[in-house]
Design a protein around this ligand. Sequence first.
Ligand code: PBG
Length: 303
Amino acid sequence: MSLNDLMYPLFVMSGENRKEEIVSMPGIFRLSIDLMLKEMEEAMKLGLGAFILFPAVSEELKDSHATYSYSPENFYLKALAEAKSHFPEAVIATDVAMDPYSSDGHDGLVEDGEILNDKSLPILSNMALAQAEAGADIIGPSDMMDGRVEYIREELDDAGYESVSIMSYTAKYASAFYGPFRDALESAPKFGDKKTYQMNPANKREAIIEAEMDESEGADILMVKPALAYMDVIHTLREESNLPIAAYNVSGEYAMVKAAAEKGWIDGDQVSEEILLGLKRAGADIILTYFAKEMAVRLSYRA
Ligand code: PBG
């Protein structure tokens, strides 16, 4: 496992000189753009080169159609642009889904208590286009609506963004491991759950079908999420596909290690390293992990 394999997720918020620790993710913060840039600079000095940004949006900016997501006012788009202009050599990935901006807290559009797949697609592609315009290298649809990779790919190509890649959340399971992330963004669903669009944890073959679909729709990278309880899926997609496979070592996986380490029950440094190594062994080419920076700090001591 090397630092080149790691992608470091950052939570961005509006304002200046703001830094709030996420209670359920010790060591991980919501940062205003200026402090996000500082964090990136430190991370890059340590040898990291890839980042994925998530927006923490305040409640009054949310609505049922997630309109703030592609508004020129959106601080997240400014964050992408600033990240790219300060660090042109960094790889900047985004998140495409309605939940951080949606007053319903769902990834797609809700009408009469139902998530509407097809009506969500134009909203998601508006979001993707705005992110590409802001300078993102990789668009990361995490919404799990059917057909969104093809829809977004076409819109990006039509607008001249052929070289912007799509990292599709191919096998994203309806998981309890996302809890701390939803705390970070205050993005938990206001009703129901995400089981109508995220995958059933019992199902492996669907992951293969989703991978084939995403590949034919034009995805450049396929992701499995969560990572730890789904290593078999990572391994299978690695065997079945020739695209790079990303594994998302999600918030709950980070929180478990931190909590046990705080209690002195495990050695958090060694356990996290073993986890990342395991994900690599399972076949992940890219690992999204909140451990990225501390891993980089440790490797710099060893160098
Ligand atoms: C939402 C999204 C989620 C994560 C990334 N994008 C949460 C969810 O689906 O509810 C979770 C990441 C993590 O837990 O670290 N579109």
